[in-house]
Design a protein around this ligand. Structure first.
Ligand code: NAD
Ligand code: WQD
Length: 333
C-alpha cells in the first residue's frame, strides 16, 4: 500500500511516516522544507530502519506534483499535511497563506484525478470551530474562523466536500486536530520551530532550556478552573496513529467524513506548566500577562466519533507529552 505524505518532513508528517513505515506501508514523502529540515528524513530512517522515497517538491507547483505521480505511478492514498500554520503570521501575510494552503490542495486534486488516485486524508484543525459556544466540540457543531489560517482550513474542507460530492468514487477524510505536543520516544524527531515560538509547549521548552527567561501566560481571568486557557493537548504519536486508522477507513469507504482527533480532556496553561516542571524536574518561571487577542477560553474535543468509527483513541497522558517534549528538546544542540 503506497501512501504519499505531502509535508511529510514536518512535525506531524514525520511522526506519521514513522508509524506507517513500522506498519509495513510504502511511504513517499514530498516537502519543500519551508518549515522543516532535510535532516528529519535521516532521523525517520534511523528510527524505523526502513527506507522511503523523497521528492523535494512544492505542492502548489503542478510540475513538481506531476513528477511525483508520474514517477510513482500507483499512489493509493495521499495524506495532505503540507501547509503554512502560524496563526499570527497568517494575519500579516494572508495572501501567502491562501496561495500556499489552497493552491496546494487544488493542484493535488487535479493530479489525483489525472493519475486516478481516489483516497485523500486532509489535515484540518480544531481552529475551524472558531469561538466555541459550548464544549466539548462535536464534528457537527457550527464552524467559523477568526484568522486567515483558519479560513484556509475551512475553505479546504469545503473544497474537498464539494469534490467528494462531484465524484462518488472518491474517499476523503477530514481530520480536525486539537493541540499536538510531545515527540517520538527516541528523542530524534519532534517540534523544532524556527524563531520565537507561537505555541505553548515549544515556548515552555525554550524557557526550560534558558533561551527565554520566562513564559508569558496569556491571561488568568478566563472562566476556567484556574483562569488560564484550556485546550485539548494530544501526543503527536497518538495523532500519527490516528492517520493509520483514517487511511484504513478511506480505503474501505467512499464519500467525505470528518473526525476530531483529540483526547477529550481539557488542560489549562498552568496544568501544563506544573506537569512539565514536575515530570522533568526543571524550572519554568512564568508571569501572567494580558490575554492574547483571538484566544478562546476553552477548546476540547468530543472524541467519540473517531473512537466509534475509526476505532482510535489517544493513549498517552499529559505526563508522557511533557516528558517526550523535553526529551526531544533537551537533546537538541
Ligand atoms: P509543519 O510546519 O511542521 O509541517 C508542514 C510541512 O509542510 C513542513 O515540512 C513544510 O515544509 C511543508 N510545506 C508547507 N507548504 C508546502 C508546500 N507548498 N509544498 C511542499 N511542502 C510544504 O506543521 P505540522 O504541525 O506538522 O502540521 C501539519 C499540518 O497539520 C498542517 O497542514 C497544519 O496546518 C495542520 N495542523 C497542525 C496543527 C498543529 O498545532 N501543529 C494543528 C492542527 C492542524
Ligand atoms: C495554547 C494555550 C494560549 C503561548 C493554535 C492554533 C490552532 C492549532 C493549534 C493549527 C492558549 C496559551 C500560549 C504562550 C500562553 N494549530 N499560551 N503563552 O492557540 O490553542 O492553537 O495551535 O491548526 O489553530 O490557533 O495553541 O499553543 O498557541 O496556545 O499562555 O506563550 O496556551 O493563550 O490558552 P492554540 P497555543
Amino acid at each position: 500500500m503506497k501512501v504519499l505524505l505531502t509535508g511529510g518532513a514536518g512535525y506531524i508528517g514525520s511522526h506519521t511516516a514513522v508509524e506507517l513505515l513500522e506498519n509495513g506501508y510504502d511511504v513517499v514523502i514530498g516537502d519543500n522544507f519551508v518549515n522543516s529540515k532535510p535532516e528529519v528524513l535521516e532521523k525517520i530512517k534511523q528510527i524505523t530502519g526502513k527506507n522511503f522515497k523523497f521528492y523535494e517538491a512544492d505542492f502548489t507547483k503542478k510540475e513538481d506534483v506531476e513528477n511525483i505521480f508520474k514517477t510513482e505511478g500507483d499512489i493509493d492514498v495521499v495524506v495532505h499535511f503540507a501547509g503554512l500554520k502560524a496563526v499570527g503570521e497568517s494575519c500579516s501575510i494572508p495572501v501567502s497563506y491562501y496561495r500556499n494552503n489552497i493552491d496546494s490542495t487544488l493542484t493535488l486534486l487535479e493530479m489525483m484525478k489525472q493519475y486516478d488516485c481516489k483516497n485523500l486524508v486532509f489535515s484540518s484543525s480544531a481552529t475551524v470551530y472558531g469561538v466555541p459556544k459550548t464544549v466539548p466540540l462535536k464534528e457537527d457543531m457550527p464552524t467559523s474562523c477568526t484568522n486567515p489560517y483558519g479560513w484556509t482550513k475551512l475553505m479546504n474542507e469545503q473544497i474537498l466536500t464539494d469534490v467528494a460530492k462531484s465524484n462518488p468514487d472518491l474517499s476523503i477524510v477530514l481530520l480536525r486536530y486539537f493541540n499536538p505536543i510531545g515527540a517520538h520516544a527516541s528523542g530524534l524527531i519532534g517540534e523544532d520551530p524556527n524563531g520565537i515560538p507561537n505555541n505553548l509547549m515549544p515556548y515552555i521548552t525554550k524557557v526550560a532550556k534558558g533561551v527565554y527567561p520566562n513564559l508569558n501566560v496569556y491571561g488568568n481571568d478566563y472562566p476556567t478552573k484556574d483562569g488560564t486557557g484550556v485546550r485539548d493537548y494530544i501526543h503527536v504519536v497518538d495523532l500519527a496513529k490516528g492517520h493509520l486508522k483514517a487511511i484504513e477507513y478511506s480505503l474501505k469507504h467512499r464519500g467525505v467524513e470528518t473526525f476530531n482527533l483529540g483526547t477529550g480532556n481539557g488542560y489549562s496553561v498552568l496544568d501544563i506548566v506544573n506537569t512539565f516542571t514536575a515530570v522533568n524536574h526543571v524550572n519554568v518561571p512564568y508571569q501572567i500577562v494580558e490575554r492574547r487577542p483571538g484566544d478562546v477560553a476553552e477548546c476540547y474535543a468530543d472524541a467519540t466519533k473517531a473512537n466509534q468509527i475509526l476505532h482510535w483513541k489517544a493513549e498517552k497522558n499529559l505526563e508522557d507529552m511533557c516528558k517526550d517534549s523535553w526529551n526531544f528538546v533537551s537533546h537538541q544542540s
